[in-house]
Design a protein around this ligand. Structure first.
Ligand SMILES: Cc1ncc(COP(=O)(O)O)c(C=O)c1O
Length: 399
């Protein structure tokens, strides 16, 4: 049997069984549902996209996977080159892995070893944000501040190497003053903290973070697994403020195949590149640089650029702002909108309970969590379908 994610299996509501998917629609039990969450924010082109399908099928006919240990291939080389030219500054060095969580582990390990290679072994600490989420593996959980994980982390005991601060500049400055010489990196989900409750904060915080990282010699890591490829309305938040290490996943492959990349700038790469074999980066997931995933990513980026997805996200944001303007209701604490993300924070989780079935009955697949009812639709969504999602979200509070 399947052990499903984030769910108490005992008494679990049976999941909707999907028999087909096309465009923004999922087909479940003979019913057509608009997917309002893009399969955990990854399916930016929707489903069954003819060009994505064709690209992957043609790669399958050549080969699906060979390891990157001692071998290389066109799709991985072309994707690394595409990212190099696409990303700002000197973010030139792509370390591929199979999921966002692993890519975060890679970044954290890279940041630590960067300083160990220089003999700065006192820099064992990570600075991170309250309400952050960086994945489900252990170090990623520790860098995160997800309330669902606190009890399990307490049970095994944390390393004590991570400090969490709120997203305000005074706390940021204090943390650098207190720990600056012991930090190897500051890791953030820039502008939008997704799984922590779709919390939005300002670019000023990131600009000050960049300055402080430079002043104290600390690496700045952007986890753009969720925000990358347009979700905040920016192509990457890294276009606004440049990190030393950038992590991409989810929409990297258009949601077709699990893959991620940790991209290091020239400074970080140079910290590993020397005559000492011990200074090499000892990491290598079996499926890193998978040829199908790299092919999917190349095609996904091609469509993203060709079809001006940033304009589509802007349109999604405009419609959302218009439709949600002045919306208040009993049980609503706040409405937050940025790019292709709309979130209604409820007063408590009880208010959100039952919304999924309510939405299903009205032709929308939703997956609220804690006290957050939200949408992050595929970018190809029509105005009519987007308004349908937003209407369902609003009408939950007006029943
Ligand atoms: C910001 C962020 N980082 C990391 C991850 C983990 O990615 P994955 O689920 O591919 O391991 C997620 C997943 O939601 C995420 O939102």
């Amino acid at each position: 049997m399947i052990w499903y994610p984030y769910t108490q299996m005992k008494g679990m509501k049976p999941p909707y069984k999907i028999t087909g998917a096309e465009g923004v629609y999922l087909h479940a039990n003979g019913k057509r549902l608009i997917d309002s969450v893009s399969s955990w924010w990854s399916a930016i082109h929707g489903y069954n996209h003819p060009e994505m399908n064709e690209a992957i099928i043609s790669q399958v006919r050549k080969f699906s996977h060979v390891m990157l240990g001692g071998l290389t291939h066109d799709p991985a080389e072309r994707l690394a080159e595409k990212l190099r030219t696409m990303l700002p500054g000197t973010l030139n060095h792509c370390f591929f892995s199979d999921s966002g969580s692993v890519a975060v582990e890679v970044a954290l390990k890279m940041a630590l070893q960067y300083f160990v290679n220089r003999g700065e072994t006192q820099r064992t600490m990570t600075l991170s944000l309250e309400h952050s989420y960086h994945g489900d593996t252990f170090r990623a959980m520790e860098a995160g501040d997800d309330e669902d994980y606190h009890f399990i982390l307490k049970a095994c005991g944390t390393s004590g190497n991570t400090v969490h601060i709120p997203t305000n500049i005074a706390d940021l400055e204090r943390a650098f003053a207190d720990y600056g010489g012991r930090l190897n990196c500051l890791i953030v989900e820039p502008l939008l903290q997704c799984a922590g409750g779709m919390r939005i904060y300002g670019v000023d915080f990131l600009r000050r973070a960049r300055e402080l990282c430079d002043e104290y010699g600390v690496l700045l890591v952007f986890d753009e697994v969720a925000t990358g490829f347009g979700r905040t309305g920016n192509r990457f938040v890294a276009d606004l403020v440049q990190p030393d290490i950038l992590i991409l996943g989810k929409a990297l492959t258009g949601g077709y195949i699990g893959h991620a990349v940790t991209v290091a700038n020239d400074r970080v790469f140079a910290g590993f590149y020397d005559d000492d074999p011990n200074h090499a980066f000892m990491h290598g997931p079996t499926f890193m640089g998978n040829a199908l995933a790299c092919t999917a990513a190349l095609k996904s980026i091609e469509i993203f650029e060709r079809d001006n997805y940033l304009a589509r996200v802007k349109h999604i944001e405009e419609i959302s702002r218009d439709y949600m303007r002045d919306f208040t209701a009993r049980g609503v604490r706040e409405v937050r909108i940025i790019g292709g993300c709309v979130c209604i924070e409820c007063e408590d989780s009880e208010v959100a309970r039952g919304f999924q079935d309510f939405a299903y009955d009205r032709g929308v697949f939703s997956r609220p969590f804690l006290r957050y009812i939200y949408t992050m639709p595929p970018y190809i969504i029509s105005e009519e379908d987007l308004v349908c999602i937003l209407r369902v979200m609003r009408s939950w509070f007006q029943r």
